[in-house]
Ligand binder design. Structure first.
Ligand code: COA
Length: 334
């Protein structure tokens, strides 16, 4: 993609929110045939956070949004748009963006939800960029938020240990400096993975009935090994493609920011790019797979830890259900 808009979009503020309740691996040891050792070595996850059952995804999205506004020093009324990427909206409709806009007082914004599973934030960011690059909107908030604890079958050791709850957000603004901000994006969908990772019940194909509940069709179904293999190839290929396209050597990349589904997928991607793990943002150990929140929460945590500096090249890369996959090259501007 080479964009033709008059502006570049840059990330002017970031924020994140994770629930207080920590679920260590030992929790699953207490009732499933699993061990802390298995979970850590096969996934890289030590613990994750869970919302309370009565708290919806918007609870986290609101807090991530408020952190962004506070850090940028602006009021919610200055926002032009709010995009929320999620597979766990509060309700099918209205969009969770509506609930968040109302809660934070974004009276002058429009907004919508976008669904692309674990590539949600990358696809959402790619969408948000367009509004800013063309000059139509000046302050677009993009929030990745998911309450995966409500979709995981807590009796299935293959799945429940992998996921957690979280939210994180970027504020995008325009700049006339074409050398900074979001530089490029590569995005893909193909249906080759549609039978390997899905939630069968609850949509128009299988509206909720007693039977869909009895058959556990409202939970995540995942063929772990199949998805794992596709993710290793997809994430590694697209990250390497982004480097080649921009003639970037490993030393030119400050950070790879990979979707956090499994530490072994992250390692394989870094190996393919030729970068060491010191150049990879990682928080899967603390939070597990939070779907749309993984990438922005890594960036937000590393930024407030003082680990990102102006001019750094970040390569954000995701892979998820569908399959969906994508990569964004971002030159840090704040
Ligand atoms: N504790 C102990 N054993 C477990 C387990 C757990 N929590 N979960 C699965 N196992 C068992 C399986 O039942 C299977 O046993 P079997 O061989 O007797 O049938 C065995 O471990 C599979 O082990 P392994 O071959 O090492 O699995 P793996 O390397 O594929 O790792 C996942 C399993 C789920 C961690 C991995 O496949 C994965 O992360 N997949 C999805 C990644 C992803 O990208 N997801 C979504 C993108 S958003």
């Amino acid at each position: 993609m080479s964009h033709k808009g008059p502006y570049n979009a840059y990330v002017s503020a970031v924020g994140h929110y994770f629930p207080d309740k920590v679920i260590p691996n030992s929790y699953y040891e207490s009732y499933l045939d699993t061990t802390d050792e298995w979970i850590k070595t096969r996934t890289g996850i030590s613990e994750r956070r869970f919302l309370e059952p009565n708290q919806p995804t918007s609870f986290m999205a609101i807090r991530a949004a408020q952190m962004v506004l506070e850090k940028r020093g602006i009021s919610a009324e200055e926002l032009d748009a709010i995009i929320i990427t999620t597979v766990t909206p509060d309700m099918f409709y209205p969009a969770t963006a509506v609930i968040v806009a109302d809660a934070i007082g974004a009276k002058n914004a429009f907004g919508f939800d976008l669904s692309a599973a674990c590539s949600g934030f990358i696809f959402g960011l790619a969408t948000a960029i367009q509004f800013v690059q063309c000059g139509t909107y000046k302050k677009v908030l993009i929030i990745g938020a998911d309450k995966m604890s409500c979709l995981a079958d807590m009796s299935d050791r293959n799945n429940c240990v992998l996921f957690g709850d979280g939210a994180a957000a970027f504020l995008l603004e325009p700049t006339e400096d074409k050398t900074i901000g979001i530089i490029d994006q590569i995005l893909h969908v193909d249906g080759s993975g549609k039978d390997s990772l899905y939630q069968l019940g609850g949509g128009s194909l299988n509206p909720p009935t007693h039977e869909t509940v009895d058959k556990k069709m409202h939970y995540i179904y995942q063929e772990g090994k199949t998805v794992f293999k596709a993710a290793v190839k997809g994430m590694a290929d697209i990250s390497a493609e982004m480097m080649e396209k921009h003639n970037l050597k490993p030393e030119d990349v400050a950070y790879l920011v990979p979707h956090q589904a499994n530490m072994r997928i992250i390692q394989a991607t870094a190996d393919r790019m030729g970068v060491g793990l010191d150049k990879v943002m990682i928080n899967i150990n603390k939070y597990g797979n939070t779907t749309s929140a993984t990438i922005p929460s890594c960036v937000s945590e590393y930024y407030y830890d003082g680990k990102i500096k102006k001019g750094d090249n970040l390569i954000l890369t995701s892979f998820g259900a569908g399959y969906t996959w994508g990569s964004i090259l971002l030159k840090w501007a704040i």
